[in-house]
Design a protein around this ligand. Sequence first.
Ligand code: ADP
Length: 571
Amino acid sequence: SKNQSFKIINHLCFDDGSYKYVEIIGNPTSYQKNNKNFNGTFRDITDDWMKDAALKDSEEKFKLLFDSNPTIYFTLDENGFIISINQFGIDYFGYTKDEIVGHHVSKVFYTEDAKKAMKNLELLKYSSNDFLQWEIRKVKKTGEIIWVKETARLAKSRHGKSVYLIVCEDITSEILNRNLIRKKQQELMGAKEKAEEAALEKQQFASIMSHEVRTPLNAVIGMTNILLMDNPRDNQIQELNTLKFAAENLLMLVNDILDFSKIESGKVNLEKITFDLPIMVNNLKNSYQFKADEKGIKINLIVDESIPHQLLGDPTRISQILNNLVSNAIKFTEIGFVDISIRAIQQLNGSVKIRFEIADSGIGIPMEKHQSIFDSFSQANSDTTRKYGGTGLGLTITKRLVELHNSKIFIDSDLGKGTTFYFDIDFIVSFEKLLPIINFNDYSDTKIAGKRILLVEDNPFNQLIATKFLAKWNAIVDTAENGKIALEKLNSNSNYDLILMDIQMPVMDGIATTKAIREHQDISLQSIPIIALTAVAMENDKEKLLKDGMNDYLSKPFNPTDLYKKIIQLL
Ligand code: ADP
C-alpha cells in the first residue's frame, strides 16, 4: 500500500505438487495509483525455513515441558535476580509471573536460608563440579515453608553472561519423615539409656539386698549347722532340720531374685568343670526326701547306667534347674510320686546328650497356662501363692538357664493329670579325676588340724560361725575385724598358713588388705593363701577377686564342705 520496499516469505506451489519456501524482496520502481511496479528477487529459502521451523517446534515443545513438568525450574542472573521461571514454579509458589521475574531471589523464595543460598551459588562459580546440590528451605507466598533439594548449574548466556539454571524438587515430606525418624531414634536411644540405667539400678538393688539378707541368713544357716553337729537330742534334730530347710529356702529365694536380675542383664556365664551327674542327682533326691516323706509322696530316681560319672559342665546351674523343677513337683503334688529321670539318649565320640525329665502326679497345669507360667512372677492360679507360696520366678530362671545350655524346656501337663518337664543337654565327657567328696563332720582328716588361720571378718555372726567350723576341724583361729587390724597381726606374727578375707569391711576392706599383703616387704607374707569370703555372689566379681590377688573365692553363707575343700586345696 505504500511506496516501500518489502520482504515477505511465502511458498510457491509447482505443477508437480511440490513447493518451495521463498523470500521475496521487492523494491518499488514506480508507484502510481493503479500501477505498482517492483523490482524483486525470489530466494529459495526452503532449507533454512525447514530448519527454523524444526527449531521453533522444539523450542515450543521445550517450553511446554519447562512449564508443565511438575518440577520447579528457574534461572538467575549472576547477581541473583530471577530471569525466568516455569509455569509450574509460578503456580507452586502462588505468585504471578511479574511478582517473581526481575526480583531478587532472596526476596522471593528464601527466608532464613537466603544467605546460605547465595553462598552456595557463589561457591558454584569456583567449584570444579558441573553442578552443586543442597537441601534448603523456601517459602511460598502464603508463608508456608517447604524443603527443596536444589540442583544448580552455571551456564553462559548468548551474550556471555553467567546464568544459574536451578531445578528444585520438593522434599518436604521426606524431610519431615527423616526428622520424625531422627526424633523417634533419639527417643528410642533415650528410652534405651533409661532402661539400661533402670536395669543397672535394679541389679545394684538386688545385689545390695542380697548382701543385706544373706548376712543374717548366713548366721541362721551356719548356727543351725553347728547345732546339728553338736549331737542334738533326737526331737531337736527334726526341728533343726526344719529350721535349716526354711532358712535354706529363704536363701534360695534371695538367690533367685539376685539370679533373675543377673540373667536379665545377660551377666550369667556357664562354668565348665568336671562333675559327677549321677551323684549330683542322687544328692538332690536325698535333699528332698524329708519333704516328700512328710507329704507321703514317693521320689523315684531313674539314672541310666550308661551315663559317664565325669562330665564337663556347670553343676551349680544344672542343680539349680533340677532343684526348681523338683521342688515345684513336690510342692504341687499331694498324692503319688515325683520321678527324677536322667537318660543318655545319644552318645557320640566324647560327648553325651542327656534327657532330664521331672514328672509328678500332682495338680497339673491347664494347657492355656503352658506358656505364661514361664513368665516372671507368673503363677498358674491366682491363689497359688496363698496355697503353696513361691514367687513365680523359678520357671523363668529355669527356662533361661536351659536356654543358656543351648536347649529348650518342654512341658507335658493338663489339669489333674500331673506334670512332666523335660529338656536335653549335651555334655562333653571329662577324664579329669574328681576329688573324693569330703564329709566335714569327719574329723579324722587332720589336714587342717593345727594350721594357723587368720579370719578377717567384721560381722560378729559370720566370725562366730566360721570360727566354730574351723575349731571343729581343729584349726588354730585368729580373728581381725578389719584389714588394718589384720595387717597389724600379720606384721607381729608372720606364721599364718591361710587367710579367710571378708570383702566389705570398715576401715580397710578386703581388696585393699589383699593388695597390701601381696606387696608386703616381708616376702614370706606375700604368698600366703587368701580365700575371699563375700556375700555378693556375682560371677564377674569372682574374676576380679582373683585379679586382685585372692587365691580363691567363697560366697556366704558358705557351705562348710566347700570351705573345707578350698582350705585343703590351698594348704
Ligand atoms: P513358683 O513355684 O514360685 O510359684 P515357678 O515359676 O516355679 O514359680 O512356677 C510358676 C507356676 O507354674 C507355679 O506357680 C504353678 O502354678 C505352676 N507350676 C510349676 N510347676 C508345677 C508343677 N510341677 N505342677 C503344677 N503346677 C506347676
